[in-house]
Write a protein that binds this ligand. Structure first.
Ligand SMILES: Cc1cc2nc3c(=O)[nH]c(=O)nc-3n(C[C@H](O)[C@H](O)[C@H](O)COP(=O)(O)O)c2cc1C
Length: 254
């Protein structure tokens, strides 16, 4: 390995380390009294919200059984999922339980309760929704239309480097980070915890899918530029960090 690539590797490793001592001395925006960033990305006042059914616990399995059964699922049937199922999965991954002055408490843990993610959905087959990209509004437990285009499925397969099975999902969860939500409190040590946060979100998706006989698969292999363009975000202050297709699983592999 040449010197340049070793430098790259070392720089990458630095993100995994914790220099938490910095936090005590670092004058974060929070310590400077800068207003807390919004808990979810604002949307236009005149936007039409698509309300979701109240999230009900639809799970049919114990946590223990869901953990035993969990595996990455890459084969989906062509059946749609219901809006109730989607509502449950959104609640399980980002649902808001309490809103405070500087933080929200949700169904997943997050360092400093910063919850730095927006959830975008590429909806292909969900009862009651047209094929399009939507954004989840966790505070309202509603959706907002992000983008409609005839060729979304093809664009998504290309952006995920020809992982064709992703295009067979009923819905694809796409998590984009807004790093400033965490940087506001933790400054330069934010980036490790943002990625750890993402793992918690996706694990809740795995377990909640298993519990209602749906399947999912974590996906981190994608083109950054193409995925950010696909979702319609700037790639600087907000960018995709993780995604997961969800669908009904053929009976023989449950
Ligand atoms: C961070 C992360 C990224 C992953 N990225 C991909 C991916 O891009 N494509 C894919 O097919 N699977 C991906 N996977 C799934 C892994 O391949 C899978 O978890 C692993 O093979 C173990 O299998 P299991 O989940 O069935 O136990 C990813 C998993 C994780 C946790």
């Amino acid at each position: 390995m040449d010197e340049y690539s070793m430098d790259e590797i070392k720089r990458g490793r630095m993100i995994l380390k914790s220099d938490w001592e910095i936090v005590d001395n670092f004058k974060s925006d929070q310590k400077k009294g800068v207003l807390v960033p919004p808990f979810e990305k604002p949307y236009p006042e005149n936007a039409s919200l698509i309300s979701l059914p109240v999230a009900k616990d639809l799970s049919e399995k114990s946590v223990g059984k869901a953990i035993v059964d969990r595996m990455s699922r890459r084969k989906f049937t062509d059946e749609p999922i219901t809006l109730e199922e989607l509502s449950f999965l959104l609640w399980a991954t980002q649902g808001v339980k309490r809103v405070g002055k500087v933080a929200t408490l949700r169904t997943v843990p997050s360092a400093g309760a910063r919850h730095p993610f927006e959830t975008y959905l590429y909806v292909r087959k969900v009862e009651g929704l047209n094929e399009a990209i939507y954004r989840y509004l966790p505070l309202e437990h509603a959706l907002i239309l992000q983008k409609a285009d005839r060729y979304l499925r093809e664009q998504l397969i290309r952006a995920t480097l020809d992982q064709v099975f992703i295009g067979d999902a009923a819905v694809v969860f796409i998590w984009a980070a807004i790093p400033y939500r965490t940087e506001w409190r933790y400054g330069p040590v934010s980036h490790k915890v943002i990625l750890i946060d993402a793992g918690h979100v996706c694990e809740n998706l795995y377990l909640s899918c298993e519990s209602i006989n749906l399947g999912t698969c974590a996906v981190a292999a994608y083109s950054q530029k193409q995925m950010d363009e696909f979702v319609g975000i700037d790639g600087e202050d907000e960018f995709v960090v993780y995604l997961a297709p969800v669908g009904k699983v053929p009976p023989q592999v449950i």
